[in-house]
Design a protein around this ligand. Structure first.
Ligand SMILES: *[C@@H]1O[C@H](CO)[C@@H](O)[C@H](O)[C@H]1NC(C)=O
Ligand SMILES: *[C@@H]1O[C@H](CO)[C@@H](O)[C@H](O)[C@H]1NC(C)=O
Ligand SMILES: *[C@@H]1O[C@H](CO)[C@@H](O)[C@H](O)[C@H]1NC(C)=O
Ligand SMILES: *[C@@H]1O[C@H](CO)[C@@H](O)[C@H](O)[C@H]1NC(C)=O
Ligand SMILES: *[C@@H]1O[C@H](CO)[C@@H](O)[C@H](O)[C@H]1NC(C)=O
Length: 627
């Protein structure tokens, strides 16, 4: 058998094998040389035997893992100068971040070799001497050399760094006149707290005046403008009093919001459909404001394959935005640096003891599957529990389905909905196979399902239900995904996951939230509503009107409806198993691929009353689930 194979083919297989195994050997050596010659006092998992690209903290590789392109090592307590001829050998490097260390000496001139460098973060170190000539890097876009000890003047050649978008030189000892910096792409500039002199050049008058503050002998051409005014409120980092003001402001706002919410709820019966189930407020905040100062010396615990390097301090001081509020806590989007964004969930009421919590996190943290959103890290202390996940920039399926139902809405097409269902089914099936096939997701809903890079569904928020305090049934029931037999949220099961998945499929098909108000007063549970429509007459009314514009998908929709109905039967034992469901959902496409090609008598795009084939007796008889 082996002899018959073409030797070239074997060679190619071998080459493919090698390229999969390959690690950027020379980059690896350069990094090892770097840490061998610099002092640091935080643990670094740079094991010689391990793969640079998939397990070394702080290292990012290109897509084929042949080169190192990013190095993020903030707050590692590096001390002393950057050793010569080490980092400069990472010739494909694009992002270098060594901020918040104690690196001293002059700027390492050999970094000129990094021709592809786009981002340089060296702020909060002890570098001294003159500034490097920024024009030697063609692609340089973001430079932060602030809070160091650089002296000398700013060279006029800086104007040749024509791709710069952000330059921060504040808090140094720079002197002399400010040159004309004529870079149209430059959006952020900070020269404050130096010893610059002379007159602010015309080319820089477009920037707010506070970026020049703290330079005693600098004058502005526009009279009457006080140079040393406090930075305006637009500044990213805020000082103590301003922050306090915002905190108080936010608290007041929160109280008002809660009051409004209570008023809204009491008059809700009169309101029409409220589609958005989760909080959609977008406000920049800092996670720190609610964190207590006492971190019990606990550390963020990272899982393998996480090459993000940040510490709790970074996480808490990152600018954050509320992504959503769920029963288990509030989720924030935290931007650690230009290129690193994570989703952080602050858990409300964890019932488990530390040991139990850690065990559960270990199980979840080791799941790596394309349809499961990876848990990257967690934090547990007496008064703060955090879980850190990948951030998905397309947003949750809930936002895609229900968000912005106005004129400017991009409809979620059938193809994508099917991919979401397939991905979610595969992801949940994988979760169910973990921990000796005992792991339960416990909180399946559209706001916990995201799109992965292939635009398939990807499930998040796994396994939290069993470590959290139980949520009172009325609140839980209100969410609409909860199986009827679950009376305690800590007692979820794989069968109740299947029920929730069924509700999610119905949501994809109907475009309706699991709990919604119909024209009248009554609040309707999606499962009951679908049953009632199906019982009366099998019409297109059950499907999302948005889907009616796509031709030849009726059979697929009906198939998915059948699958969904089989998941939401009342008796847990009668529900299908997730592994089988993953297969049947995939079958929807496979079985109908042929049909799609052949020309159908397409139903009119606007018609909402097309009669659909009857699904058969068994679906209707599983119904009548009074909830
Ligand atoms: C620099 O980036 C370009 C474009 O991404 C790439 O083609 C080139 O190989 C990179 N240079 C090095 C030395 O890696
Ligand atoms: C950097 O600039 C060079 C020349 O301007 C270009 O060839 C290269 O592709 C750029 N690299 C990246 C990563 O953009
Ligand atoms: C520049 O860096 C300092 C810290 O060194 C920071 O306080 C300031 O906000 C930064 N400026 C801008 C415009 O981001
Ligand atoms: C400038 O220095 C003052 C006093 O040391 C400090 O309060 C202020 O935050 C500094 N400005 C920036 C932008 O870092
Ligand atoms: C500002 O100018 C005065 C006199 O013009 C000089 O005595 C002083 O040293 C200068 N201060 C700085 C910070 O350069």
């Amino acid at each position: 058998m082996f002899k018959k194979m073409n030797p070239l083919f074997i060679f190619m297989l071998w080459a493919v094998f090698l390229s999969i195994q390959a690690d950027p050997v020379e980059d690896k050596q350069a990094l090892l040389d770097f840490i061998a010659h610099i002092h640091y006092s935080r643990p670094l998992n740079w094991n010689k035997e391990a793969s640079v690209c998939s397990s070394w903290i702080g290292v990012a590789c290109n897509s084929d893992k042949s080169r190192v392109i990013g190095l993020h090592l903030p707050g590692m307590r590096f001390q002393g100068p950057i050793p010569h001829n080490t980092l400069s050998r990472l010739s494909a490097l694009e992002v270098l971040s060594l901020r918040s260390n104690a690196i001293s000496g002059s700027f390492p001139l050999d970094l000129v070799e990094l021709k592809n460098l786009t981002t340089l973060y060296l702020q909060f170190n002890e570098l001294s001497g003159s500034l490097p000539d920024l024009s030697v890097w063609n692609n340089l876009s973001i430079v932060d050399l602030s809070s160091n000890g650089f002296d000398g003047s700013i060279r006029s050649s800086v104007s040749k760094a024509s791709h710069l978008t952000a330059l921060n030189l504040s808090n140094n000892l720079l002197s002399g006149d400010i040159p004309d910096i004529d870079i149209p792409s430059l959006q952020q500039l900070d020269l404050s707290n130096n010893s610059l002199t002379g007159i602010i050049p015309k080319s820089l008058e477009r920037f707010p005046i506070w970026i020049f503050s703290g330079n005693r002998n600098l004058s502005s051409t526009t009279p009457g403008q006080p140079l040393n005014a406090q930075p305006s409120k637009k500044a990213k980092k805020l000082g103590g009093p301003a922050l306090l003001g915002i905190i108080i402001g936010a608290c007041v706002l929160l109280c008002v919001l809660i009051a409004l919410l209570i008023i809204c709820c009491s008059s809700k019966r009169r309101n029409r459909q409220r589609e958005l189930p989760e909080n959609t407020q977008k406000k920049e905040i800092s996670l720190k404001k609610m964190a207590s100062e006492n971190h019990d010396n606990n550390r963020l615990v990272f899982f393998e394959g996480c090459n993000l390097a940040f510490d709790l301090e970074d996480l808490l001081s990152a600018s954050a935005e509320v992504l959503g509020k769920g029963a288990f806590g509030v989720t924030y989007k935290a931007a650690l640096e230009e290129s690193t964004t994570v989703a952080v969930k602050r858990l409300k009421e964890v019932a488990s003891a530390k040991r139990e919590f850690e065990q559960q996190m270990e199980v979840i943290g080791h799941i790596r599957h394309e349809n499961v959103s990876a848990l990257r890290a967690y934090y547990y202390s007496k008064d703060e529990k955090l879980v850190v996940h990948d951030y998905h920039d397309l947003g949750s399926v809930s936002a895609l389905l229900h968000g912005n139902r106005g004129e400017s809405r991009t409809p979620l097409d059938w193809e994508t909905r099917l991919n979401i269902a397939i991905g979610a089914a595969r992801g949940i099936a994988h979760v169910h196979s973990q921990n000796n096939a005992k792991l339960v997701h416990g909180n399946i809903k559209a706001s916990n399902i995201f799109l992965n890079s292939e635009q398939y569904g990807c499930v998040s928020d796994i396994g939290l239900a069993s470590v959290m305090s139980s949520i009172p049934p009325p609140i839980m029931r209100a969410a609409g995904y909860c199986a009827p037999e679950v009376t305690d949220t800590r007692k979820v099961s794989q069968a109740s996951d299947v029920y929730s998945f069924g509700v999610f499929l119905l949501e994809l098909l109907t475009g309706r939230s699991p709990i919604h108000a119909t024209g009248g007063e009554e609040i309707v549970h999606l499962v009951r509503w679908v049953h009632s429509v199906v019982r009366e007459e099998w019409t297109a009314e059950v499907f999302d009107v948005e889907l009616l514009r796509y031709p030849n998908i009726e059979e697929e929709m009906v198939e998915m409806l059948q699958i969904a109905m089989s998941c939401v039967v009342r008796v847990p034992e009668q529900r299908p198993k997730m592994a089988d469901l993953a297969k049947t959902v995939e079958e929807i496409r496979r079985a109908n691929n042929g049909n799609r090609q052949q020309s159908f008598e397409t139903t009119s795009e606007t018609s909402g009353s097309t009669t659909f084939p009857h699904v058969g007796a068994e679906t209707t008889s599983t119904s009548t689930t009074p909830l």
